[in-house]
Design a protein around this ligand. Structure first.
Ligand SMILES: NC(=O)c1ccc[n+]([C@@H]2O[C@H](COP(=O)([O-])OP(=O)(O)OC[C@H]3O[C@@H](n4cnc5c(N)ncnc54)[C@H](O)[C@@H]3O)[C@@H](O)[C@H]2O)c1
Ligand SMILES: O=C(O)[C@H](O)COP(=O)(O)O
Length: 632
């Protein structure tokens, strides 16, 4: 039989249990109306930093800080109120762990018991396990010093105190300061965790046995059950292509490790970078090919921070149990506004007129300038963008015609065309809004240009490969097409530093834009909020709402239960095998959810917490299993 060793957790208070230095907060309270408030607060913070980095003796720092604080007894309840709100997030999250392990949890602080104990007792921590300094006050309640006989007010006080406790078992110290590391340095602890959730000090991190960005990490490292099945700081996120800062902030605040990159990266580089990444965020440029996915050993989710997902090998993602999310509506309006503006510019021949003006040519004339009112607009692809364009164009007085592969409801007075040929031969302005599926390659080529009316306006804001560029060029040069706008190209530069190469450069009445249909700040902000929220929900609860490749399931939040997430190839008998395995291991099912699509099945089982490791092993072994994970 293996003997389990008792683990004692010795936790620092300031900037560890709480996210701040208590004396800084006390200073903000006690110096509220003091004329030297700012200078004194700065002095307190500077002195704290010097001491925490090991560059000033603790006693000296304490004396200096108390002397400028001007604090009184009556400030202490106010300080407690403030600090209660500032308990570190991962300590708040793991309250249950602290309560359940109250005998092994100690607070060891050079701060003051008068405010520490009232806060930590709410987390089940015992008074006798709280070791800290105590204030000395005068008769009027002014804080005039501290108990100098307390070992914690002396240099190397923490190791000395730990020694005096004569704890049985291992001692694991958790803290952000050099004085916490000193316990380990003096040989009084088995491990020192540099706690970096609130502050990271080079000198401390450098000496740590383990750097812990959260309490979850420490519990996971010790194989102890905390609030989370997996520490968020272990989840690496790679965000490419200049994703809006709001998106970066959301994933950072979730506690993930985030790396950002301003542009797209090529396949080989991506193969390297993606190896230990759990979540990748891309836009339209980054190609997530089978080769890249072959290197993605840990990938759980892909966020397409755009509408199109043709740059992602969705089938391969599904096969590997990687959920893909996009932002299906967040930039729709931006594309439509650009399309409207461009058709007005083109029908009035403005690109050439504007260019001429810049060369000093004044060409005032109504020749080849028309209104869009009463013109026929042909929309190819009547999806979200196509429909939105239909509504706005009609409001401007256009007669709308559309063609879509699928049956679509005609909005307003729009007229459905039975074939692409019918649409192309009827309309004055053509706007392409099909999706980027592979079979849409060159759907507009020689034959299709041949169906179009002379003097037509042609616009592509969908995907580059859907138009045969050589044929487009010929038809512009021949004058058949009177005006063109192209926002998307078969080959696009990887970043703003690369040259844009295209045969369309320099042609008359042609607007070329650098794939910016969806590039408005409003759209980018909406996308940056939408996509991470879906991914975080998926990671935390298994919810797949809005996933483009997984069956969509919206799941309840887990309360006091564990969740088994089983993803498998859609083949007969898997659900029965899951049920049998659960029964075989006597597992109490609290709820079950199932959804399948053509290729995969997604089964969620919420269960009581008691189950064996063998049950998990058996569930993973079920034939057809793609991915299995446990959440709590
Ligand atoms: N330029 C940009 O910056 C920008 C921004 C956003 C979206 N887009 C692109 O715009 C396109 C449309 O986006 P959406 O949100 O409307 O997509 P969507 O999926 O809602 O609509 C696409 C529509 O095209 C139809 N379709 C597909 N192939 C067709 C074909 N060969 N003939 C006729 N109809 C066809 C589909 O049935 C669907 O109704 C996508 O390619 C998207 O990637 C570009
Ligand atoms: O699919 C999209 O939403 C557009 O093509 C925009 O892509 P982008 O985010 O790369 O500009």
């Amino acid at each position: 039989m293996t003997e389990t060793v008792t683990k004692n957790f010795v936790i620092d208070f300031d900037s560890t249990f709480t996210s701040v230095e208590a004396l800084d907060v006390l200073g903000a309270i006690s110096l509220k109306n003091h004329p030297e408030k700012e200078a004194r607060l700065k002095k307190i913070a500077d002195v704290t930093d010097l001491a925490m980095g090991g560059n000033l003796s603790f006693r000296e720092s304490l004396e200096q800080r108390l002397s400028v604080l001007n604090a009184k007894k009556e400030h202490i309840p106010l300080l407690i109120d403030e600090l209660e709100k500032l308990v570190s997030k991962s300590f708040k999250r793991n309250k249950k762990f602290l309560e359940e392990h109250a005998d092994q949890v100690y607070i060891l602080s050079n701060g003051f018991k008068e405010f520490i104990y009232p806060i930590v007792k709410k987390y089940g921590i015992k008074e006798e396990n709280v070791h800290a300094n105590t204030f000395v006050m005068d008769n009027e309640g002014n804080i005039i010093g501290f108990d100098k006989t307390n070992v914690l007010s002396q240099s190397k006080g923490k190791p000395a105190l730990i020694e005096s406790l004569k704890l049985e078992g291992e001692i694991h110290v958790i803290g952000d300061g050099y004085n916490d590391y000193e316990i380990r340095k003096e040989g009084k602890a088995n491990r020192f965790y540099a706690f970096t959730e609130n502050v990271s000090r080079e000198e401390v991190v450098k000496n740590a046995d383990h750097v812990a960005p959260s309490l979850d990490e420490i519990l996971y490292h010790n194989k102890m059950e905390g609030a989370l099945s997996y520490p968020k700081n272990r989840i690496k996120v790679l965000l490419l292509e200049n994703i809006h800062e709001k998106g970066v902030k959301i994933v950072e605040e979730e506690g993930y490790q985030v790396e950002i990159y301003p542009a797209g990266i090529d396949e080989n580089e991506l193969c390297e970078k993606i190896k230990d990444v759990s979540i990748i965020g891309i836009r339209s440029k980054t190609q997530l090919t089978k080769k890249v996915l072959d290197h993605a050993n840990r990938l759980m989710a892909v966020g397409a921070f755009c509408i199109g997902t043709n740059q992602i090998d969705l089938a391969e993602c599904t096969k590997r149990g990687i959920a893909v999310f996009n932002a299906p509506f967040s930039n729709t309006r931006s594309v439509v506004e650009l399309a409207i503006s461009e058709m007005i510019l083109l029908i009035r021949n403005l690109p050439d007129k504007i260019a001429a003006m810049h060369q000093g040519k004044w060409n005032k004339s109504a020749n080849n300038s028309f209104e869009i009112r009463n013109k026929k607009l042909g929309i190819i692809g009547y999806g979200n963008i196509g429909k939105q364009l239909s509504v706005l164009a009609e409001a401007l007085g256009m007669n709308v015609y559309y063609y879509d592969l699928d049956e679509k409801l005609a909005l307003g007075n729009a007229t459905k065309c039975k074939s692409l040929k019918e649409l192309l031969s009827k309309v004055d302005v053509i706007s392409l809004h099909v999706d980027g599926r592979k079979t849409n390659k060159n759907i507009i080529g020689k034959k299709e240009f041949g169906y179009m009316k002379d003097g037509v306006i042609f616009m592509n804001l969908s995907r580059g490969h859907v138009v045969d560029i050589q044929e487009l060029k010929k038809n512009i040069e021949s004058g058949k097409i009177a005006g063109t706008s192209v926002d998307v190209f078969p080959e696009e530069p990887l970043s703003n530093a690369h040259e844009f190469v295209s045969e369309l450069r320099g042609l008359p009445n042609v607007i070329l834009t650098p794939h910016i249909g969806g590039s408005t700040l409003e759209a980018q902000e909406n996308i940056a909020e939408f996509v991470p929220t879906k991914i975080i929900d998926y990671i935390n609860t298994g919810t797949t709402t809005n996933s483009v490749n997984f069956p969509n399931l919206t799941l309840p939040i887990l309360h006091d239960a564990h969740r088994f997430i089983h993803m498998h190839h859609n083949q007969p008998g898997v659900l029965a095998k899951i049920t049998n395995t659960l029964a075989k291991h006597d597992i109490n099912v609290l709820g079950q959810y199932l959804k399948t699509n053509d290729t995969v099945g997604y089964v969620i089982t919420d269960i009581s917490k008691n189950y064996s490791k063998e049950a998990i092993a058996d569930l993973k072994k079920i034939e057809g299993t793609i991915r299995f994970r446990v959440l709590y």
